[in-house]
Design a protein around this ligand. Structure first.
Ligand code: MGD
Ligand code: MGD
Ligand code: SF4
Ligand code: MO
Length: 894
């Protein structure tokens, strides 16, 4: 057995993990006690990384390609696949120029892979058409920092959590999206009960529920709120005039602008009490104040203004450059920061250089050893897919991202993917939504299989290490690019891409940072082996700089930070009589994006096993809907059918749909069937957090549900035809010791018998000799159950699906199925008396269900008693916020 230290491949917290491996297989993970981001802790997703890594089905193992759109992809060798792409690229470039080629890459690549992709696009192909999913994620934060502080550098660090007097969390559901940071926040508040927590979020998330003050603002109104807070600070003389005079510029314009934003006026725009705005302003100004913010600010058509308006507050009160005081933008993906360092966006260049600066271009050309670099701006994500759709971009290389799930307005995205002459997909898995569009599939090594570095939210660079070899012929991302570059241009490619290992790439990247704000010339793999380090870390330094701007000098040219005076602007798509509800989208605790990895770990479905639209009970009543019913959610662009659930966490007039379910896990295209491609004029980041929708009951009387024990990914493949055939469908996994497929579908009329027969064959329900079978044709009701060794291993319920959850739990628990025979062979639909259903699991570590927690809470338990009796929330802690919420709900009900 071997143990290798690396970092978690999920969120930007960047937790250190120890990967245990045996005979080439990842067998376990543990939090790395030596890593400063997590000190040994992991959240639900991090703690199950080994399960995701060990799930072998669905991995891309061999290159595949097809010569034309009418054929299917066939397995090929690396040389043939890469030569095929090279040939296509050469012909497209010869005929239409380099800008007819584009790369769409990812904040989940290592810095080294990111670096070589950039060099390939700009240095070898000669196009700036390289953008990334960070455009959907961090580009407003990048632009917000640059507009105010001069460069894209988060000035604070995680230790500021413990040093702060006020934590100001805006548009971040830290409890779900950065759980280990939230554990630190909880611990800091336990240690110092006077540490104030303010949360700005339209929803009452678990993060908001923990706050001393929750500002449940109306969607998109943050700028009005932040301006009003500054208005209060001005009135009450809480701004730091000396700091403003010495270290900033643009104050007068901002001061004049915010005069109009009285708390009363902002209260009307934001839908929160004016008194709360005043309180927030006072706590903020008192400080030291650490702001933590994420997609609620970034994913907006005024995302840059939101970011900058918050930074204004830090500058006006001098809450920056000292312990506990900083505007700290949380990065989403594990290497969102590293991508920015190497210039991984269409408008950026290596080492925080600017594309539109000719000197910067010349510097990079010199460093790379090329004559010149293209100056024509590249296309950003939304623009890029539009250009593909129009036929302007003909060849598209996608790596480590799943645009057929995650980009807004899926109908348009899919038109683009279908229109392209060549789609290359470099992914670790072969079964993502985007894989269906790929002409060439290049199998990539995944987490635990590659070497490199990543930078987390606090500018800390850590080593990523391989613990096992990649499966089949999969290769590291940087290696695929290097090989391709050498084939595309045998002379220049070999000269420009001389790398033999990831470290060679790192060393070259390091050199490009010399003299820049993010100078890391003092770092090396050897240095990083001793532990992760903050940048900047210039040659000769003994450690990285933990906090920036302590001296009040900003890299803006004038040395002064710039106030940003932009008025509040509403969301792009207003609600109206036809689309009267605000739709908000975002994350759940245990799912990662399109679930290509978390969707292989059955226990990660236990917290939320299907996509559900959260709506306020009043809005449900208005539509005569009840929790659990199917609804059709429609926007101007598309629709989805999902279950609705009553939730007090959303305000009346709003609803929330998780982003995780795409076409592989549900019928339809998921949340992004509804979202719109409108983007911020500066950052080009789309407004994924808001669309206008309508919601109405979906009358789909024909229902079917199925379960089956087996290989999760294979079973999910088998249910795809049914998901496609039905208007409603949700597929997932359940279980811990073994995978149980779960499938629920609904449709206006019965689906063709052939489809059901095919499903039965795939789930092992076809053999009349081994399958118990009840059928009531006139009523359209059928039950089929297969029992093996006294255990339910597969079942299908048609027409009447009331027994679904009960059967699923029987299959999960593998309990003796004696009572089943009588039930299957009788017309009753509901589970027999005593047929218990476990329901949602809140604590994933100890497998504790909501029902058991609620029962204990109703019996008077407090958090300590709950933890002592059920052990829930005593391991990773991810469920603690929810335990507190259930306890509070129980107390309120009592
Ligand atoms: N479990 C889990 N964790 C993740 C990820 C994941 O997929 N799953 N993904 C990672 C990635 S890439 C990212 S970018 C981060 C995202 O992390 P977060 O940004 O924290 O997560 P989201 O749920 O997208 O959105 C955050 C909150 O913004 C709120 N919001 C919506 N509109 C507004 C608004 O107008 N103003 C304000 N103030 N708030 C608003 C939403 O209600 C939501 O609660 O998470 C990272 N961590
Ligand atoms: N409605 C809505 N949409 C959203 C958001 C939202 O809040 N609401 N959030 C947006 C945000 S912030 C983000 S970051 C995006 C995320 O959207 P995506 O980038 O599409 O998300 P993932 O599912 O993480 O895609 C990563 C892909 O890389 C593959 N992969 C994993 N490891 C490797 C590897 O080592 N190498 C390679 N080559 N491939 C690998 C995975 O199998 C997966 O297919 O979604 C955006 N879309
Ligand atoms: S908080 Fe969880 S998902 Fe994020 S890096 Fe840490 S273990 Fe991974
Ligand atoms: Mo993200």
């Amino acid at each position: 057995m071997s143990v290798v230290s690396s970092v978690c491949c999920y969120c930007g917290t960047g937790c250190g993990v120890l990967i245990e491996a045996d005979a080439g297989v990842v067998t376990g993970v543990a939090g790395d006690p030596a890593h400063p981001a997590n000190r040994g802790r992991l959240c639900t997703k991090g703690a199950t990384l080994h399960l995701a890594a060990a799930a072998a089905s669905g991995r891309a193992r061999h290159p595949e390609f097809r010569r034309d759109r009418t054929s299917v992809r066939a397995r090929a060798g690396w040389a043939d696949a890469l030569d095929h792409i090279a040939e296509k690229f050469r012909s497209v470039v010869a005929e239409h120029g380099p800008d007819a080629v584009a790369f769409y890459v990812s904040g989940q690549l290592t810095t080294e892979a990111y670096y070589v992709f950039n060099k390939l696009a700009r240095g070898l192909v000669g196009t700036n058409n390289i953008d990334t999913n960070s455009r959907l994620c961090m580009s407003s934060a990048v632009a917000g920092y640059k507009a105010t502080l001069g460069v894209d550098a988060p000035p604070g660090c995680y230790d500021d959590i413990e040093a702060a007097g006020t934590l100001f969390i805006a548009g971040s559901n830290t409890a779900y999206a950065h759980p280990i940071l939230f554990r630190r926040i909880e611990a800091a508040r336990r240690a110092r009960p006077d540490l104030k927590l303010v949360v700005v979020d339209p929803r009452r998330t678990d993060t908001a529920a923990e706050a001393d003050l929750h500002l449940a603002i109306l969607p998109g109104t943050d700028v009005a709120l932040f301006h009003a807070m500054l208005n209060v600070m001005l009135w009450e003389d809480r701004v730091d005039r000396a700091y403003i005079d010495a270290h900033t510029e643009g104050w007068t314009a901002l001061r004049d602008l915010v005069r109009d934003y009285t708390p009363e006026k902002a209260a009307a725009i934001c839908g929160v009490p004016a008194a709360d705005i005043v309180t927030a302003a006072r706590w903020f100004a008192r400080g030291p104040t650490l702001s933590l913010y994420c997609q609620g600010l970034n994913q907006s058509t005024c995302g840059v203004d939101k970011n900058a308006a918050l930074i204004n507050l830090h500058l006006a009160t001098a809450q920056i450059g000292k312990p506990g005081a900083a505007p700290l933008s949380l990065t989403g993906q594990p290497n969102a920061m590293g991508g920015r360092e190497v210039g991984g966006m269409a408008n950026l260049f290596s080492a925080h250089r600017e594309l539109d600066n000719p000197e910067h271009r010349a510097e990079v050309a010199r460093l790379w050893g090329v004559d010149a670099l293209p100056g024509q701006p590249g296309k950003t994500a939304i623009e890029m897919f539009d250009a593909v759709r129009r036929g302007e971009i003909r060849a598209l290389w996608i790596a480590c991202t799943n645009p057929a799930q995650s980009l807004p307005d899926q109908a348009r995205v899919r038109e683009a993917l279908a229109a392209a002459e060549l789609v290359v997909l470099q992914d670790a898995y072969a079964d993502t939504e985007t894989a269906g569009f790929a002409d060439v599939l290049l199998p990539a090594a995944a987490w635990g299989e590659t070497d490199g570095t990543m930078t987390n939210s606090e500018r800390r660079i850590a080593r990523v290490r391989a613990a096992v070899p990649p499966p089949g012929e999969a290769r590291a991302d940087w290696e695929i690019v290097t090989d391709f570059a050498r084939r595309l241009d045998p002379e220049r490619g070999v000269r420009l891409f001389p790398y033999a290992c990831a470290e060679d790439v790192f060393d070259e990247h390091r050199e490009t940072t010399r003299g820049r704000d993010l100078d890391i010339t003092g770092l090396s793999y050897a240095r990083l082996d001793a532990g992760p380090q903050h940048w900047p870390f210039a040659e000769g330094a003994v450690e990285g700089r933990v906090r920036l701007y302590a001296d009040g000098v900003y890299p803006t040219g004038s040395g002064r930070a710039r106030f940003h005076a932009a008025p509040y602007r509403p969301v792009a798509e207003a609600i109206d009589a036809r689309f009267p509800l605000h739709l908000n989208t975002g994350r759940l605790r245990d799912a990662w994006h399109g679930m290509s990895r978390t969707g292989r770990v059955a226990r990660l479905f236990a917290h939320a096993d299907a996509p559900r639209l959260a709506m306020h009970p009043r809005d449900l009543a208005l539509r005569r809907l009840a929790s659990g019913e199917l609804v059709r959610v429609k926007s101007r662009r598309g629709e989805v059918v999902v279950e609705v659930e009553a939730s007090e966490a959303v305000r009346p007039g709003q609803c929330f749909l998780p982003m995780h379910w795409g076409a592989r896990f549900m019928s339809g295209l998921g949340a992004n069937a509804l979202t719109l491609p409108a983007f911020d004029a500066v950052s080009k980041q789309p407004e994924l957090k808001h669309a206008a929708v309508q919601v109405a009951r979906a009358d789909l009387p024909w229902r079917m549900a199925a379960i089956a024990v087996g290989d999760g990914a294979r079973l999910l493949d088998a249910v795809q035809p049914l998901l496609r055939a039905c208007e409603y469908g949700a597929a997932g996994l359940a279980g811990r010791a073994h995978d149980v497929l779960t499938l629920r579908v609904g449709h206006a009329h019965p689906v063709p018998d052939e489809l059901l027969a095919a499903l039965d064959a795939a789930l092992g329900l076809a053999d009349p000799l081994t399958v118990m079978h009840y059928e009531d044709r006139p009523r359209g009701i059928a039950k089929r159950v297969r029992v093996e060794g006294g255990r339910v291993v597969a079942a299908r319920l048609t027409g009447e699906t009331a027994g679904f959850a009960w059967l699923r739990d029987l299959a999960v628990e593998g309990v003796d199925a004696q009572a089943l025979r009588a039930w299957v062979l009788a017309p009753v639909a509901h589970p027999p008396a005593g047929g218990r259903v476990r329901g949602r699991v809140i604590c994933n570590c100890f497998d504790v269900a909501e029902a058991d927690i609620v029962a204990a809470a109703d019996a008077g338990a407090d958090l300590g008693a709950l933890q002592a009796a059920l052990k829930c929330g005593t391991e990773c802690g991810s469920c603690v916020p929810e335990l507190k919420r259930l306890l509070a709900a129980s107390r309120a009900a009592a």
